[in-house]
Design a binder for this molecule. Structure first.
Ligand SMILES: O=C(O)CC1=CCC(=O)O1
Length: 95
């Protein structure tokens, strides 16, 4: 199942700089790992915002919830999820 996910990031400004660097590095490593396995299909920065738009390809809501809940940045993100299905006019639906 495909899900459109928006993550708005708000890391506290007073977070210790070393902690911040470690947090972001850990998040990046996890994001790269999930992209390499094909689960995190798209990861785009929203222009001018500390936000991303992502597409995940997972077995269902439980897997997606588990992935998002365990992201290192999860405590500092507001996340919104939209389930996707094939559009009848998409090329993929009209071979
Ligand atoms: O910077 C972000 O948008 C949050 C984030 C998600 C994956 C990653 O590496 O950073």
């Amino acid at each position: 199942m495909l899900f459109h996910v928006r993550m708005d990031v708000a890391v506290p400004r007073d977070l210790d700089p070393d902690e911040r660097a470690t947090l972001l590095a850990t998040e990046k490593a996890r994001a790269l790992e999930l992209q390499r396995t094909g689960v995190w299909v798209h990861l785009w920065r929203v222009v001018g915002q500390y936000s991303n738009i992502s597409v995940f390809d997972v077995s269902g809501t439980d897997e997606l919830h588990d992935i998002l809940w365990n992201l290192p940045l999860f405590p500092f993100m507001t996340i919104s999820v939209t389930p996707l299905t094939e559009h009848p006019s998409a090329l993929s639906a009209n071979p």
